[in-house]
Design a protein around this ligand. Structure first.
Ligand code: NAD
Ligand code: MG
Length: 385
């Protein structure tokens, strides 16, 4: 019998945290997966190293200046075709040879290349959540049209994907997303005003990029993930819940109408969800140690305290409002986190800035992608002011 052909992968966001975990999966499963395209924003040195190690034929640096500098420096292998700019990102995502595109860029900039890949009928492993929060309706509609498969790679959504697969939608009652509660879960609320960017970018369980680590602390991340779940699994907001689970072992729950609950468990590392998506529907041994029940294992669950996490309630309200609400929430949060990391605003001003931006922009009907992109731009402008 002939061996199955290798799946050809394009990895958008190759130099980040998800990118790093993906490379670990690729090293372990090089008999099944082949990396044919990589993209990053500006870290040309790290991207060139990846091209050398994995013999990657196509690479893109979205930042034009970084691309021009890299061209001059000439440190990419001769067999790598290096391109630059945001249009090149969409071209990479639609490479004729590609079977699957893993979207691991951070922020709403992932939307346009992802739509292009969907229209080209590629399978999409979706780690990026901001693009679904901005353009979920259009992403889901495009996937229906082209038949592209959306494979949820965010750990909670990957868990729900695994728990609900094969179950009819009408059997599903609700989805319960687990959240670690972030690094300040047990800090007295009155001390949160002093939180520094250095503290907010250290997570106790997960090693992740800076933006999502801050989002985990504020639980804006769980707010974005509720909206992500709404689009991926087609459930109304009132059937989506959040529970705090400090150990990050149970990655989410699916509750069925008869009261049975299914959960997916694995250690808190993204390699499990990434591998599940990249090899789907096949499975293979994990690339790192699995759960060990010979050691005692404690799993705790409790309801979130909303006074500690105002971003969660803001996201939930934006989801219920619909229209452009989620796009405004996401854009304002991206700007607020960038300003916090630049020490321009304090930690507690993140939810204030989001709320102010949501109040300032009248929530139009999201009738077209153009409208959404305009609202996204307007929200960023206001949140920067
Ligand atoms: P990160 O900051 O570590 O990495 C981001 C990557 O995207 C980098 O390679 C960067 O160069 C690239 N990038 C950014 N803007 C780009 C652009 N315009 N064009 C091309 N490349 C661009 O972020 P991360 O933690 O890896 O997160 C990536 C995405 O995955 C986010 O949407 C995040 O919410 C989601 N996610 C991350 C984790 C995690 O464990 N890190 C878990 C679940 C979901
Ligand atoms: Mg997640």
């Amino acid at each position: 019998m002939l061996d199955a052909p290798k799946k050809k992968l394009v990895l958008l966001g190759a130099t980040g945290s998800i990118g790093h975990s993906t490379l670990r999966v690729l090293r372990a499963h090089s008999d099944r997966l082949e990396l044919i395209g990589v993209a990053a924003l500006s870290n040309s040195h790290a991207l060139a190293e990846i091209c050398h190690e994995f013999k990657v034929p196509h690479a893109v640096l979205s930042d034009e200046a970084a691309y021009l500098t890299a061209k001059k420096a000439d440190n990419f292998p001769s067999y790598t075709n290096l391109d630059g700019g945001s249009k090149a990102l969409s071209a990479l995502a639609t490479l004729a040879d590609a079977d699957i595109v893993l979207v691991a860029v951070v922020g709403a900039c992932g939307l346009i290349p992802t739509l292009a890949a969907i229209e080209a009928g590629k399978d999409i492993a979706l780690a990026n959540k901001e693009l679904l929060v901005l353009g979920g309706a259009f992403v889901i509609a495009a996937a229906r049209r082209s038949g592209a498969r959306l494979l949820p790679t965010d750990s909670e959504h990957n868990a729900i994907f695994q728990c609900t697969e094969g179950h009819p939608q009408q059997h599903l009652d609700k989805l319960i997303l687990t959240a670690s509660g972030g690094q300040f879960r047990d800090w007295p609320i009155e001390t949160l005003a002093q939180v520094t960017p250095a503290q907010a970018t250290q997570h106790p369980n997960w090693s992740m990029g800076p933006k999502i680590t801050v989002d985990s602390a504020t639980m804006a991340n769980k707010g974005l993930e509720l909206i992500e779940a709404h689009w991926l699994f087609g459930l109304a907001p009132e059937r989506l819940e959040v529970v705090i689970h400090p150990q990050s072992i149970v990655h989410s729950f699916a509750q069925f109408i008869d009261g049975s609950i299914l959960a997916q468990l694995s250690p808190p590392s993204m390699t499990f969800a990434i591998q599940h998506c990249l090899l789907y529907p096949q499975r293979a041994p994990a690339v790192e140690p699995t759960l060990d029940f010979s050691q005692s294992l404690q799993l705790d669950f409790k309801a979130p305290d909303h006074s500690r996490y105002p971003c969660l309630a803001l996201a939930y309200a934006a989801m219920q409002e619909g229209g452009c609400g989620p796009a405004i929430f996401n854009a304002a949060n991206e700007v607020a986190v960038a300003r916090f990391l630049a020490k321009d605003i304090g930690y507690l001003e993140i939810p204030q800035l989001i709320e102010r931006t949501l109040n300032e922009i009248s929530c139009r009907k999201a009738s077209s992608l153009e409208t959404l992109l305009q609202v996204d731009a307007e929200a960023r402008l206001r949140a920067r002011a």
